[in-house]
Design a protein around this ligand. Structure first.
Ligand code: WQD
Length: 329
């Protein structure tokens, strides 16, 4: 069965390509290269350059490669930008998904895996966020993920596709230097950037109702995240083949909370930059604590996170400084 991986030249998508090809799955990458890098696509994997908004292009790609399953990661993901440009986000993330689902349903695609986000939960007032925690997104970005999930489930039920919506928590690390996150929009790369500039890392608020006063998150190694996609894709393919397509909605997190201060202390230890971080004002919209209940994905697929935050920071730092990344065990 051939899988189309949209966004496969991006940071997360290229890790999904790596996991799936190494496991023997046949994949094709679709990417508009707006932020993706063709160098992330391994030799031997076809790269179709274009957008999911282009229906004739999609029809041609699905037909030419005999695509039976889709892993859809192509999307815009900057929360702040989505507040400034909501229509752009709705167009790229919701309309793009709609066009892709129309093409998929017509082409007889059997399985569809959608990249969703913990941002669907907004500010969850709970120790562990389960998939039944109500969705209350705080940004247009999060709204596009909620709307996308609705569309995926409805289309799956109506057209007989096996579907999955995977809600990623905080993704970090890399499995190989060339696949590393080159954006500077999340905690780990933002801390590295400060260290590069000879400046202290910033902590956005230490007066939250958490044990050390800083925000708590659930960090997930991108290699583990990619393996979760592989396990999900295989489950969808099996369900579709058995004629029992279902819709799965799964958190992808470790179930462990780590505070910003703990993360920064670990970065200081790993990098040898020992300067104290500077505490500044809270960043608007940051929830105090977002930690996944990882029970459902473990029960459904037998998947659990294997790598800890030390492996995430270590691999990211190795890639950042041009050292070879220790292979994830
Ligand atoms: C983590 C924590 C910051 C930088 C976002 C999106 C979410 C998902 C993942 C896409 C927060 C703090 C950060 C710094 C800091 N994206 N921080 N100093 O906000 O949890 O989640 O990315 O799907 O939808 O909202 O991630 O990495 O930006 O921040 O103190 O220099 O680190 O305040 O508490 P976040 P993040």
């Amino acid at each position: 069965m051939t899988w189309l991986i949209t966004g496969g030249a991006g940071y997360i998508g290229s890790h999904v390509v790596k996991s799936m090809t190494e496991a023997g799955e046949r994949v094709v990458v679709l990417d508009d290269l707006s932020s993706g890098d063709p160098a992330r696509v391994p030799a031997g994997v076809p790269l179709e350059r274009g957008t999911v908004l282009d229906r004739p292009f999609l029809d041609r790609v699905l037909r030419d490669h005999g695509v039976r399953g889709i892993v859809h990661l192509a999307a815009k993901k900057a929360v702040g930008e989505s507040v400034e440009r909501p229509l752009f986000y709705y167009r790229e993330n919701v309309t793009g998904l709609q066009v892709l689902l129309e093409a998929a349903a017509e082409a007889g695609v059997a399985a569809f895996l959608f990249s969703s986000s913990a941002s669907v939960y907004g500010t969850p007032d709970t120790e562990l966020v389960t998939e039944d925690t109500p969705c209350a997104p705080l940004s247009p970005y999060g709204e596009t993920k909620v709307a996308g999930e609705w569309m995926v489930r409805s289309v799956g039920r109506a057209h007989g596709l096996a579907t999955a919506c995977l809600r990623y928590f905080n993704v970090a690390g890399t499995a190989a230097p060339e696949l590393a996150d080159t954006g500077v929009s999340n905690l780990v790369p933002m801390v590295f950037q400060r260290l590069d500039a000879g400046e202290p890392p910033l902590i956005f608020g230490d007066d939250y109702p958490t044990p050390d006063g800083t925000c708590v998150r659930d960090y997930i190694h991108v290699a583990d995240l990619a393996d979760a996609h592989l396990a999900t894709a295989r489950r969808l393919a099996a369900d579709a083949a058995a004629g029992t397509p279902r819709d799965l909605t799964l958190n992808i997190g470790s179930g462990e909370g780590v505070s910003v201060r703990e993360m920064i202390d670990l970065v200081r230890e790993i990098t040898g930059h020992t300067g104290e971080p500077t505490v500044v004002a809270r960043r608007p919209g940051d929830p105090a604590r977002v930690v996944a209940s990882a029970g459902r994905i473990s029960a459904e697929l037998g998947w659990t996170a294997r790598h800890d935050v030390r492996a995430m920071i270590g691999s990211a730092w190795d890639a950042h400084t041009g050292r070879s990344v220790q292979p994830a065990e």
